[in-house]
Design a protein around this ligand. Sequence first.
Ligand SMILES: N[C@@H](CCC(=O)N[C@@H](CS)C(=O)NCC(=O)O)C(=O)O
Length: 203
Amino acid sequence: MILVGRYRSPFARRVAITLRLLGIDYEHRPIKPWPSNEELLPMNPMGRVPILILDDGETLVESGYMIEYLDDLVGPERALTPPSGPARLEVQKIVHLTLGTQEKVILANHERYRRPEGYSEQGWIDRCEAQAVAGLAELDRFEPHPWLTGETISQADITLGVLCDHIRLTCPEMIPEGRYPNLDKLAAACRELPAFAETVPDF
Ligand SMILES: N[C@@H](CCC(=O)N[C@@H](CS)C(=O)NCC(=O)O)C(=O)O
C-alpha cells in the first residue's frame, strides 16, 4: 500500500499510525497539498490528502473510510474499532468528537496563519478556538485506563492522541500542560508507542 500525505496532516497521520499498529507495511509519499495540489489531482479529484493506494491500484480518500477498510482487512479480532454494539458506539463517540474539534483547530489556524495580511477575521478565529476548547474540555472527561475504552488501544486513542500532538505543535497555547489532565495522560501514553514516535510531524 502507498500512503500519500505528510504526517503534518493529522488525517494522514492517524491512517499511518493505524497501518503501523495493524502491522501493515506501506510506502510513504509525503506530498503536500499546498501551495499547489496538482500532483495530487490524478489520485484525488479534490486534490487533498490523505490518499491510500491499495496493492491492486484502487485509491481510497477520506481517512475514516481508509480506517474502516483497514479494520475490515484485518478482521474483527484485530480491528481498532469494535465491529458493533456499545463498545463501537463508545469508540465512535470519542473519534467523532475529536474530528469535530480537529476541524475547528484547523479552521482557526488557517484563518490566523494562511490568510493574506489584513484578511483574517478575528471574530471567526475566536469562535473556532472557543469551539475547539469546548471540544477539548469534553474530551478530557474520558479517563484513560490505561486506554480510553479499556485495556487495549483503539481508534479513539489514536485519533485523540494525534489531535493532542497537532495542537501542541501548531498552537500550544490552546493546550497548556496540566489544564487537561486526561489528555496529558493519553498523549504521554501515545508518545511511548513507536507508531506515534516514528510519525512525529516536522513542523
Ligand atoms: N475529512 C478528510 C480531511 C482531509 C483534509 O482536510 N486534508 C487536508 C490536509 S490536513 C488537505 O489536504 N487540505 C488541502 C485542501 O483541502 O485543499 C479526511 O479525513 O481525510
